[in-house]
Design a binder for this molecule. Structure first.
Ligand code: MN
Length: 723
């Protein structure tokens, strides 16, 4: 046995699975003979590649046929071995795999888009037949990406782009996390090396600190679980580099603001234990509100299941805790590959079938269109909907959200480029400024010499990114005060006319300067200027100005403008506030009103109307004191209430083990989303649980309260009163 095969054989031994080693060795011998004399760009003999691919497949837990397919995946394409040879020696099943992978090899097309489309279409077809073909292809791509350093710069860029756009999303949709993350990290290394190394450095800087932190936390959780007589495997992990990159560059967070760089994973045997452990964790460590996600009751599209919560340790360092069963764990790591059943059953309905249903849907939707580019479009919007990669003429990659224009591109390079922009060329051709960039395009921004004219106000309506919008606004704010004032005056006047706000001419100046003061501007001019550059949104403040106008000049107004037909009432957040159509509505945190409650509104200073329950203690106090009484307005629920509302419940119970789990299980059985859970042990041998859930009305809340009250050990369930 030679050294390379020894490496594979060792992996197979470690896997503790039964493999047909004899046939695997035969496949190796054939592949080795066939590739004899061929070299990789790295200088290694070619056979090292199929061996590494086979090793990846063993690591994924694939079967003997797949390992053999992996060893033979390049022989038909690159050597004198034919499909007939493979069929004769290994039988039809293996031949189908090798044939499938061979057909997925690149075929030269006239354009990159066309080639990509063709590849994707074939991949989907292959997947629909036997998903193992695509898993071999993913392993092939993974090893090629690991050895990409030996290729030319152009190859590196093209392969990385293709991997990021097609292969990683497919690995994701098949639920193979380990492959997906490694593919993304390897692609990012070539697509945005600067950011990649920055993150790598940040991670390295804190390596020791981090290991210590995780070790500590794991020890503490372990000790507590032992106390509670729960057996679980706990380990710590760090988010992938690309995962951090997405948060930093797409969501605009700084490295220190990313909550889930650290994650602790707890694996147990049963679903009930998952919820039980969730309760224990929330009891030990303070949970961050709104970071609890129950992917057990609502699995992700790729069948991922776990409970996620983010908690703070003693020093205030946030980290994510993922709780799952072993079954869920294998599915999370290996996805489709975890299930020893790779073909879509003919009439069977099972979870694998569901998992692959999207492939069939995609294929079906494409039957109607012959345009190959359509296929790429749909795979991109379906699989990786959020972002595009665009190039500068020098080959730098700029990453933008889908729908971004050439103006967004210009501002993404530098605000000075955006401010001096006079036009743009895409792939060498002039385009209009509202042209939307797509992945793979090369964009050149044309700028004027000197100061130029600066951006146009119309650009604010065209741009997609808030970065561009903010930069344009700040330019106007700085450069064009006079223009902003006159523009702002015009805009305000127009809104006044539209809303029939017409204070008498002699009061007009005072009316407006009063508004400006109330909006915290030093002068009416400052107020106009702010409207002019978009620093204040007229849409938001006009309802309040109108209200003020009605209050001051009510009699005058009622004489002149009683609309004959009442405009349809706009119900914001499902609430109708008398006299204030379309105003900003929020729900008071002190009493969290729900549809069905009697409610009143309070006109706040600057934040719309806040809705309270009529019997809220704050309402009673305010009305007794008589302060601000004119700011209370009548409010009622709209007929169609579709949204869900947050409601917080105080549950008092005995300190029975598993009480929190039972509450969680009951809520998920009722399909009630849980936003946060805070549990405390009381001195009186009792437990207090404060749980925030999303519900649609008071009736649902009442049935939740009555169901929770029936759980053994629960003493009382009440709607929480928050101060
Ligand atoms: Mn290959």
């Amino acid at each position: 046995m030679d050294e390379l095969f020894g490496k594979l054989a060792e992996k197979i031994k470690q896997s503790n699975k039964t493999y047909d080693l004899e046939r695997i060795e035969k496949a190796y011998d054939i592949a080795k003979a066939a590739h004899e004399g061929q070299m990789r760009s790295s200088g290694d003999p070619y056979i090292s590649h199929p061996i590494e691919v086979a090793i990846i497949l063993v690591e994924l837990g694939m079967d003997s046929d797949t390992i053999i397919g992996g060893l033979l995946h390049d022989v038909v394409e690159d050597t004198s071995v034919t499909m007939e040879d493979v069929t004769k020696i290994f039988g039809k099943d293996i031949a189908v795999l090798v044939d499938g992978v061979t057909k997925l090899a690149n075929i030269p097309y006239s354009s990159r888009a066309e080639q990509q489309a063709e590849n994707v279409r074939k991949m989907l077809l292959a997947m629909a037949q036997d998903v193992r073909v695509v898993i071999i292809k993913l392993a092939d791509r993974l090893h090629n990406m690991r050895t990409l350093d030996f290729r030319t710069a152009e190859k590196q860029r093209n392969k990385s782009l293709e991997t990021m756009e097609i292969y990683a999303p497919i690995a994701h949709r098949l639920g193979i996390r380990s492959v997906k993350e490694e593919l993304e990290d390897l692609s990012l290394k070539h697509l945005d090396p600067v950011a990649y190394h920055e993150i790598e450095e940040q991670l390295a800087l804190r390596k020791e600190e981090r290991e210590q932190f995780l070790e500590n936390i794991i020890m503490r959780i372990d000790a507590r679980l032992e106390e509670e007589h729960v057996t679980a495997q706990i380990d710590g992990r760090v988010k992938s580099i690309y995962g951090i990159y997405r948060k930093m560059y797409i969501q605009g967070r700084s490295f220190d603001e990313i909550y889930d760089i650290y994650a602790v994973r707890i694996i147990v045997d049963t679903v009930l234990e998952c919820y039980n452990i969730l309760g224990i964790i929330h009891d030990m460590l303070r949970p961050i509100p709104n970071r609890f996600k129950d992917y057990i009751s609502t699995p992700k599209q790729n069948m991922y299941q776990s409970l996620h919560t983010t908690v703070l340790d003693k020093e205030g360092i946030p980290f994510e805790v993922q709780i799952r069963t072993w079954d869920m764990h294998y599915t999370a790591e290996y996805g489709v590959a975890a299930h020893w059943k790779y073909k879509i059953g003919l009439n069977e309905k099972d979870s694998l079938d569901d998992r692959l249903a999207w492939i069939r849907q995609l294929l079906e939707s494409q039957k109607e269109s012959d345009d190959v580019e359509d296929i790429v479009k749909s795979i991109k919007t379906d699989i990786a909907p959020e972002e595009v990669f665009v190039f500068t003429p020098r080959g730098d990659v700029i990453r933008l959200p889908v729908g971004s224009t050439v103006i967004d591109f210009a501002y993404a390079i530098h605000s000075a480029v955006g401010n001096k922009m006079i036009g743009a060329k895409v792939d060498g051709r002039m385009v209009s400024l509202d042209f939307k960039v797509k992945t793979g395009m090369i964009v050149e921004i044309l700028t004027s010499g000197g100061q130029g004219n600066g951006p146009s106000r119309d650009w604010l309506k065209i741009v997609k990114t808030s970065e561009a919008r903010n930069k344009i606004r700040s330019w106007f704010k700085k450069e064009r005060r006079d223009e902003n004032i006159s523009e702002g005056k015009m805009m305000l006047e127009k809104e006044f006319r539209r809303n029939l706000i017409a204070p008498p001419e002699e009061d007009r100046e005072k009316f407006i300067s009063d508004i400006a003061t109330r909006q915290k501007y030093n002068s009416a001019d400052d107020f106009y200027a702010s409207i002019g550059y978009g620093g204040v949104s007229l849409e938001k403040i006009i309802p309040r100005i109108k209200d003020e106008f009605v209050r001051q000049y009510r009699k005058v107004e009622s004489k002149i403008s009683i609309p004959t037909k009442k405009p349809p009432r706009k119900a914001q957040g499902g609430v109708i506030v008398e006299g204030l159509d379309g105003c900003l509505v929020k729900f008071a945190r002190c009493c969290n009103p729900l549809p069905g409650d009697d409610i009143v509104g309070f006109i706040t200073r600057g934040f719309g109307v806040s809705i309270h329950k009529k019997d809220c203690i704050n309402v009673k106090n305010a009305l007794q004191n008589g302060t601000d009484s004119e700011r209370w307005v009548k409010a009622s629920w709209a007929n169609s209430v579709k949204e869900t509302y947050k409601s917080t419940l105080d549950i008092l119970g005995s300190d029975r083990q598993g009480l929190i789990a039972d509450v969680s299980v009951q809520l998920s059985a009722m399909h009630v989303p849980i936003h946060s859970v805070i549990a405390r042990e009381l001195k009186s041998q009792q437990t207090s649980i404060q749980i925030t859930v999303g519900i649609s009305d008071i009736e649902q809340l009442n049935s939740i309260i009555s169901n929770l009250s029936r759980i053994s050990g629960v003493i009382s369930v009440k709607r929480a009163v928050l101060s």
